[in-house]
Design a protein around this ligand. Structure first.
Ligand code: HEM
Length: 443
């Protein structure tokens, strides 16, 4: 007998506003509570109807049937304003060609080269830190990952790591995050100072990218970086990407690659600070393997606990915590009809907090990955699943492991006492406010 999946409308909808107030007020708790109502739960967010796939198997189907459940819906439509038709936001019809062209840039053989650039940027950034410095941790991690992504994209640029993309990206990332959480149409077009800043930042980033593409085309040299790969990519007909397409991919890599990795690092520091026994074990691994020097690609196999800390941080706080798809044609999901045009949401956060999948799901326990090395598809999805799975998963994980290892080998991140660190209300999970003192470790 096929499994029966339950469906229900979430309780507590208000007239006109539906579930929007509950969703906006306490988004994580609201979403994590939805599986109690069914496997496929219907919501009303103001004028918009949406379904949330709560059961891992329904999430697996949603993400593997990518032509039926295409990119779109309330979260994606806002992101498309910035990412254009880049790989992360393009519809399924354009996706196969793009993914085939871009995949070589993320082939595992290229990772050691990127990792060498990452190690340089991480060492360069941390070299400016002084014992006792008080820093805004998410902002510091964001600066670090921006420098890394910019360096891997534009290695030929003599000061790629310090290109003035950081300020624009920060404004854009926050703007997208806010817009996604405001599903009511039109609010993003009001000329508020924030909306104006957002538009200006978008233009600045477009201008920097346009200039870099023109410089690379004029030089015609392969710099063994991501932009060179984009310029030389060819489809089956020998056709390359246009400048506009390359622009969308560059902006996609810059934003998708930076925000999520920075948030992962920031969460890792809060979790390590509140779990001193795990932090001590991590220090011991790093002292044995690195003896105070920066981490490199060849150290990765010797840093299993650091890798588990990253995996567990991504489980508790998946940066892309809520994502959407749109139903391309009337379909049936888990035995329930979903009409063409409907939005279906999935939430890695919700999946990762399911007590029927993870024992004591709220506990930070990196060692659970000693026995859960291969989770059932649909249960652990910080990078999504299926054809649209993150192309930068190995890139991002490598960067996070190298950054944690290099930093924790020399520094302890001590959160400022008396402040409650909470997830920011945004499309991307990040701990805010989170200031900390950097303390040099005596080994
Ligand atoms: C810890 C770091 C990262 C996390 C947690 C993360 C998460 C994700 C998730 C959840 C998706 C799937 C979205 C969906 O299902 O709608 C995705 C897609 C994507 N990510 Fe990442 N990402 C990370 C790092 C990166 C990096 C470093 C890059 C590039 C340098 C990158 C580029 C992309 C792109 C281009 C896509 C779209 C893939 C496609 O549709 O074919 N990400 N990411």
């Amino acid at each position: 007998m096929p499994t029966q999946y339950t469906s229900a409308t979430a309780p507590g909808a208000l007239p006109l506003l539906g579930h929007a107030p509950a969703f906006l007020h306490r988004p994580l708790a609201f979403v994590a509570g939805l599986p109690a109502h069914g496997d496929l739960v219907r919501l009303r967010l103001g004028p918009l109807d949406a379904y949330v796939a709560c059961h891992p198997e329904l999430v697996r189907r949603l993400l593997t049937e990518d032509r039926t459940y295409d990119k779109g819906g309330i979260v994606l439509d806002k992101a498309r304003e910035v990412f254009g038709d880049g790989l992360a936001t393009c519809p399924a019809a354009a996706h196969r060609r793009q993914r085939r062209m871009l995949q070589p840039a993320f082939h595992r053989d290229r990772l050691p080269g990127y990792a060498a650039l990452m190690a340089e940027e991480i060492a360069g950034t941390t070299a400016t830190w002084r014992d006792g410095d008080v820093v805004d941790v998410p902002a510091a991690m964001y600066r670090l990952t921006t420098a890394v992504t910019a360096r891997c994209l534009f290695a030929a640029h003599e000061r790629a790591g310090s290109l003035p993309v950081h300020a624009s990206m920060d404004t854009i990332a926050r703007g997208v995050g806010r817009r996604v959480m405001l599903p009511l149409p039109g609010t993003d077009r009001v000329p508020t100072p924030e909306n104006r800043r957002f538009r200006r930042a978008r233009q600045d980033l477009q201008e920097i990218t346009r200039r870099l593409i023109a410089d690379y085309r004029a030089a015609g040299t392969d710099h063994h970086d991501l932009l060179s790969m984009l310029l030389s990519a060819r489809d089956e007909d020998g056709q390359g990407l246009s400048d506009a397409e390359i622009h969308d991919q560059v902006v996609t890599f810059l934003l998708a690659g930076t925000e999520a990795t920075a948030a992962t690092l920031a969460w890792a520091w809060t979790l390590l600070a509140t779990h001193p026994a795990i932090r001590d074990r991590l220090h011991s691994e790093l002292d044995t393997v690195l003896d105070g020097r920066p981490a490199h690609h060849e150290d990765l196999p010797a840093l299993p606990l650091t890798a588990r800390v990253v995996a567990e941080t991504l489980r508790l706080y998946p940066p892309s915590w809520i994502l959407s798809r749109t139903v391309a044609a009337d379909a049936e999901l888990g035995g329930h009809r979903v009409p063409a045009g409907a939005t279906i949401l999935y939430s890695p956060y919700l999946l990762h907090r399911r007590a029927d999948v993870f024992t004591c799901p709220d506990r930070f326990d990196p060692d659970r990955w000693l026995t859960t090395a291969r989770p059932v598809p649909g249960t652990y999805a910080p990078f999504g699943l299926g054809a649209r799975r993150c192309i930068g998963d190995a890139f991002g994980t490598t960067e996070a492991v190298l950054a944690i290892a290099t930093i924790a080998a020399r520094w302890t991140v001590v959160p400022t006492p008396g402040r409650r660190i909470r997830p920011a209300r945004s499309a991307s999970l990040s701990p805010r406010p989170f200031t900390a003192t950097l303390t040099r470790r005596a080994r």
